[in-house]
Design a protein around this ligand. Structure first.
Ligand code: MN3
Length: 204
């Protein structure tokens, strides 16, 4: 059984950047529903015991009638776990160590990564996500995806370590049509310490 991560903060803890009602609805309704539906599909597809990563990278092997449900709900389960675990009311404002070195080598600076991710998130037409993902060799990729897809289900050979949700349910109650303002706010509560921890796990 897959379970939602436990939130390490109260629903109102990300105010004023992400409002209480949005966090509560997003976590307790949207994420909870993806998780329930994912578990139902996992049972139907006889995939119990596999990790979410294994399922999302192996979608080509499952019965076609179950593939879309696993892709959408497995992605929804996985992406939201990543999203909620990397947000914090007391975020570390920049990574250190290997992740910072890699960012500087590949993209020049943390500011340019934030600018590029913001552009990907702004430019994602309709519902979707922007991701920073890491490959085992330490390289980073910045991408965007529609729906609940991610670099695992897209077969990019990289593990997401930062997930920026730009579905309207992630911001509409507070920011209405101003997706750009929400994206700016997201980076105010993004915990680079957690992103760094996830990066170090991928390259270990
Ligand atoms: Mn969402």
């Amino acid at each position: 059984m897959f379970e939602q991560i436990k939130l390490g903060y109260a629903y109102d803890a990300l105010e004023p950047y992400v409002d209480q009602l949005t966090v509560e609805t997003h976590y307790a309704k949207h994420h909870a529903t993806y998780t329930k539906n994912f578990n139902d599909f996992v049972v139907k597809a006889n995939l119990e015991g596999k990790t979410a990563e294994e399922i999302l990278t192996g979608l080509d092997k499952v019965d076609e009638s179950l593939r879309k449900g696993l892709r959408n709900n497995g992605g929804g389960y996985y992406n939201h776990n990543l999203y909620f675990m990397t947000l914090s009311p007391n975020p570390k404002k920049a990574p250190e160590g290997k992740l910072l070195e890699r960012i500087n080598d590949q993209f020049g600076s943390l500011e340019s990564v934030i600018t590029m991710l913001s552009a990907l998130a702004t430019g994602q037409f309709g519902s979707g996500w922007a991701f920073m993902s890491a490959k085992k060799d330490g390289s980073l990729i910045l991408t965007s995806s529609p729906n609940q897809d991610n670099p695992l289900s897209e077969g990019l050979g990289a593990t997401p370590i930062l997930a920026l949700d730009v579905w309207e349910h992630a911001y509409y109650l507070k920011y209405k049509n101003l997706r750009g303002d929400y994206i700016k706010a997201f980076f105010n509560v993004l915990d680079w310490g957690k992103v760094e921890e996830l990066y170090n796990k991928v390259i270990a």
